[in-house]
Design a protein around this ligand. Structure first.
Ligand SMILES: CC1(C)S[C@@H]2[C@H](NC(=O)CCCC[C@H](NC(=O)C[NH3+])C(=O)[O-])C(=O)N2[C@H]1C(=O)[O-]
Length: 351
């Protein structure tokens, strides 16, 4: 069934609300079968007053997890990985439990502790302590395995960045190549994502970029410009830089079946509910959200210092949307920004 037309005024209202709640700026780009709708407001740079526009590059945080999953699923399709084999089969250093499978990692069901809970307990000090640091995958995994598993592997859903750091280590161990090269050769170049890059451990965002602003835990303090960082604390779990146009192209290609064999895409979109009413679910490196109009959209969210991202598409990829607000540690803004899904795919105004 055809989707309702996007409600652009509702997108504008959501962005205005997000800015009233503390985001310096926001952008949304909708690709509706090659008809584009762009909405941007506020500032990309609060020091110079440069205005936000939909072409700005930004850090996408955990939307990176879907890119890592696509690379892994290509390796599955090439017969190099069995999703239900122990992850230890493909790792240089074994995880503490041999019953953790590759599928557990991709679906946040491994029980591996999320080391960022400790790392960012105090938001700005935690960020300042790591923003210029470089970690190996193993150093990050060791931070996790210093804690016991949070549950028996496979017994439930518990989101953990550690899972996708392990996925990055599997990709490098299996291919003998850096994840940066795998992203570039397998996704960025074939899809001509010219505004998407993985530059870890460099800290700059090249080209026309939005600056990002981290809100301190003491909200009476000014925002902290968090634009430059290595994102080494996340890497294959969160270090890609992209643009709204490129993320729409990526999710459109993925969901329309242009990136992976149908069998692999079906594995990714086999969802398990993660909330009580089943409106939110997780597959393999992919979120699904059932909207008020009955439409289910697939994509991922991202939270990295200074940037919130929502990047989703309709089941067949015919309509995609990416929204970004250039602040973080402000859950109200993130929830508000999520209202662009309803505006885009249901044509409804925020309640
Ligand atoms: C599950 C999430 C929300 S958290 C996970 C990942 N981002 C992180 O793990 C960063 C956490 C600290 C970020 C920081 N917050 C603090 O320091 C709080 N003390 C801030 O807001 O900038 C990502 O991205 N994912 C989001 C996702 O998948 O949507």
């Amino acid at each position: 069934a055809a989707l309702p037309a996007p409600n652009i005024e509702a997108v504008r209202a959501v962005q205005r609300q997000a800015m009233a709640q503390g985001a310096p700026g926001a952008l949304t780009l909708i690709d509706d079968q090659a008809t584009y709708y762009g909405v941007a407001g506020g500032k990309a740079n609060t020091a110079t007053g440069a205005r936000m526009d939909t072409g700005r590059r930004f850090r996408i945080g955990s939307v990176t997890k879907t890119f890592s999953t696509v690379v892994l699923m290509q390796l599955v399709s090439e017969g190099l990985v069995n999703l239900d084999a122990p992850a230890n089969t493909y790792l240089p250093t074994p995880l503490p439990s041999a019953s953790i499978t590759v599928r557990h990692l991709l679906s946040h069901r491994s029980g591996l502790y999320d080391y960022t809970n400790d790392m960012f307990y105090y938001t700005v000090p935690g960020f300042e302590a790591v923003r210029n640091k470089t970690f190996s995958f193993q150093e990050l995994i060791n931070k996790s395995t210093a804690h016991p598993l949070t549950m028996t592997p496979g017994s439930g859903y518990s989101y953990s960045n550690t899972n996708f750091v392990v996925i990055g280590q599997i990709i490098e161990h299996l291919t003998g190549k850096p994840v940066a090269e795998q992203y570039r050769q397998r996704i960025f170049e074939p899809l001509k994502l010219t505004n998407t890059s993985y530059v870890h451990p460099l800290t700059d965002i090249a080209g026309s970029a939005s600056r990002g602003y981290l809100r301190p835990d003491d909200t009476t303090l000014p925002l902290v410009d968090s634009t430059e960082q290595t994102v080494s604390w996340a890497q294959s779990a969160g270090a890609i830089i992209s643009s709204a146009e490129d993320l729409n192209t990526f999710f459109g290609a993925l969901l329309s079946g242009a990136l992976l064999p149908q069998s692999a895409l079906r594995q990714m979109t086999t969802m398990v509910p993660v909330n009580a009413d089943g409106s939110q679910s997780y597959g393999l490196g992919l979120r699904a959200r059932k909207l008020s109009c009955g439409v289910t959209v697939y994509g991922h969210t991202g939270t990295v210092q200074g940037y919130y991202t929502w990047a989703f598409g309709s089941a067949d990829g015919s309509r995609t949307m990416t929204s970004m607000a250039n602040t973080s540690n402000n859950g109200t803004v993130n929830t508000t920004l999520g209202g662009t899904l309803e505006a885009t795919f249901c044509g409804t105004a925020p309640t």
